[in-house]
Write a protein that binds this ligand. Sequence first.
Ligand SMILES: [Fe+2]
Ligand SMILES: [Fe+2]
Length: 277
Amino acid sequence: MPDSLRSLSDLPVDQPGFRILLLGDVMGLAGVKAVTRLVPELRERWNLDFVVVNGENSNGFGMIPESAGNLLRHGVDVLTGGNHTLRPSAIHSVLANNPRVLRPHNLGGPKTPGRGVGIYENPKGSVAVINLIGQVFMEPSDSPFNAFDTLYDQVKDQVRFVIVDFHAEATGEKVTLARYCDSRASFVCGTHTHIPTADARILAGGTGAVTDLGLCGATDSIIGMEPEAILGKSLHALPSRFNPAKESVHLQGVFVLLDEQNGMTIKVDRVDIPAFP
Ligand SMILES: [Fe+2]
Ligand SMILES: [Fe+2]
């Protein structure tokens, strides 16, 4: 047990509610090791009801069946995805067949494997997870705003809690979507930048939000990658092979307490834990 876990004494361990942990993009083997080592322990220590992790970089660029299975066997309820999720073809059958593995719903077309919405049973109330992708500084996709409307209408009468992972680059777009979902979603988290933002908050209508969860991976890096190759490309335009870094591995995300009656956010705490101190 890292000492850092003991420092989170202000977490409401006994406060009633639906207790969720949302973690940012898992970056490479170091990130997978951090999640598989710490999440089972955090589930017990914080009495967690539900854990959602963005897995799009768990194999570097993309996710493969082995990394997805490993994460799902170690306390992760749902894996969300992003712009890299479809890259390894090996994951396509997992996306098509495993409802616990999602990809952005507004990406691709009718033949794109998988989906960006799932409903999960829980003793405290059913949960919907919605995975969307942004349009600003990203590959072309359909409107995340329209996609949220469609998916929310599909799930709202079946679930108590609605969690949205909005995988997007631009902070403005992410804040806008969170505001758009206010009073409908329970919580809206951003992913993709691998940099945690300091704006975890509860909006006027009761929806909690954070612009980016950060990453599960090496913080002594350039957004989780070894710096040398990225510096070489930036300075000299040289083609480089990017590899996930391994130093100063952290788990980054938020702990969220949701109201079991109305599904809205009661409390949100930033989580940033050194995984191998
Ligand atoms: Fe991404
Ligand atoms: Fe990512």
